[in-house]
Design a binder for this molecule. Structure first.
Ligand SMILES: [Ca+2]
Ligand SMILES: [Ca+2]
Length: 165
């Protein structure tokens, strides 16, 4: 985890805690620096490639992280704004019973869930979750999660705690 303190120090000056960075900006920085984007208490990685949900989670854990877990409304807001892409998030209904679980064991809380209206639509084949980052807080505002078929290929956002010493 040595990269994290270094990354955190490097970016400390360039980002105030109140600044809201658009997902496009975060993604661009990830691309340019091939690294991780610091926001509040976490570092995020935006993939360029697409994978199934399982492979996405495996890829994140291989980098000492996990698919992004949305803990607060503020964190959710971080991932809204112009893009038009689907990203796997760390939410899965493993037993296909309509019971959602976060990959890091954070308790799933309906009141801190940001499903698009009408989602999850509980289609029998849809038990993995993505967020669809769409342009300019459109009609659905910050509510951009969708349950999707796990075998389909999507981009991903990995998250790991920012270690600042
Ligand atoms: Ca989080
Ligand atoms: Ca759906």
């Amino acid at each position: 985890k040595e990269r994290l303190p270094e990354q955190a120090q490097k970016q400390e000056g360039k980002q105030s805690s109140t600044e809201l960075v658009s997902v496009s900006t975060m993604r661009k920085r990830t691309d340019q620096e091939g690294g991780w984007e610091l926001f509040q208490a976490s570092c995020y990685y935006f993939s360029n490639d697409i994978m199934t949900w399982d492979d996405s989670e495996r890829n994140c854990t291989g980098m000492d992280s996990h698919l992004v877990v949305i803990n607060t409304g503020a964190e959710q807001v971080t991932f809204t704004g112009s893009e038009g892409m689907n990203y796997c998030i760390g939410l899965i209904d493993k037993e296909k019973k309509g019971q959602w679980h976060w990959v890091d064991e954070t308790p799933y809380n309906d009141t801190a869930a940001f499903w698009r209206p009408g989602e999850p639509n509980n289609d029998p084949s849809e038990y993995c979750a993505v967020m669809h980052v769409e342009g300019k807080q459109t009609k659905h505002g910050n509510r951009n999660w969708n349950d999707i078929a796990c075998f389909k290929l999507y981009n991903r956002i990995c998250e790991t705690a920012a270690l600042i010493f």
